[in-house]
Design a protein around this ligand. Sequence first.
Ligand code: MLT
Length: 407
Amino acid sequence: MSRLPSIEVTVYPYECDAYGHLNEAAYLTLFERARWEALARGPGADIFARHQVWPAVRKATIEFLAPAFPGDLLAVDLRLEKLGRTSVELRQSAKRIADGVILAEAHIVFVIVDGKGRPVAIPDEVAAVFGGRVSTLPGEMVRYDVGRVTLATDVRGDGPALLLVHGFPLDRSLWAHQVATLAGWRRIAPDLRGLGGTIAPDDDYSIAAYADDLIGLLDRLQVSRAVVAGLSMGGYIAFDMVRRYRERVAGLILCDTRADADGPEGRASRDAMIALVKEQGVGAVAERLLPRVLGRATQVTQPHLVDQVREMMTRAPVGGVAGALRAMRDRADSTPLLPSISVPTLVVVGQEDEVTPPAIARAMTDAIPSAAMTVIPGAGHLSPLEAPTAVSRVLAEFLEHVRDMVQ
Ligand code: MLT
């Protein structure tokens, strides 16, 4: 799906041929006008100049479907057909607004070139504007348009799908080790709306909205069922996927998370944090969270992780952080859901997790009939990052065990 708006254009008398109809040259001009107009109203007509590239048309064909007449008002829409490394194929359609008849379609192939006319890799921002990448190389970060958001996503490997959902206020790099190592699975690790590299509006945050985005992503990747691994807030989202899209969840990995909702005190502290991020920025939130999310051992023995997590947190935009806080504050209690979970489930918790301690993980495991639990020694709330090898190993064992059940 393209992020560019539909553009209305009027057919001028001087554009029509002797019979009053738009000819090919006139259509090419009209479609081009609509493209620039859409860019001007969207990311800016200087988007190519900003990246020092130019979209060179290599091929353009027009399919005439119905006659157009002077004074007709047309809606011109653009959609992405194919996005390669250096080339983009677009389809534009011109629909007469009065009767909804599609009058013509254009198929246009562009190569993105540099100042010397040499093809160059399409910049991410340009790719996102046209609707993300539709084909991926192994391990490549790609952006997928899903409704109003564009999800920056790591996709790697083949096999049954494993969706890795990060926590707050983090990004997909939380799962870097698991994405790199869990061979035999198609690992899909997106940045949630408003976090990491995901482009999103400032409003519209809820656990349901995150879950809807992920279902949209699975649709885009043609994945009907996935094992869903969620860390902390990612776990809240995984529960919502079970609640509303049960048939899409083939298995669960609940990592450093909890099922219950915020109580009055928890909600008040979310409000205080929302005020903090708005008044003092994301850095202040990061300093507040850092001592709690990393285990004591990690803070002493892996000081580089303190910096890495601080950087990850401070990269997050204020709108996305405030939105996530509102979403968590207002989330439903998933405790009643637990006895009904029947897919294979693994609960993973860092031994030193102070945010969602092992006792909470134990109670959650006991309430899910199909669940087993593993405690990761020496790790805190961000166990996949703090003890990557140990977590990847327990995930690999669990996934191997359930492979036949989840396909
Ligand atoms: C997270 O790691 O996602 C957060 O700690 C979850 C929360 O604050 O409830």
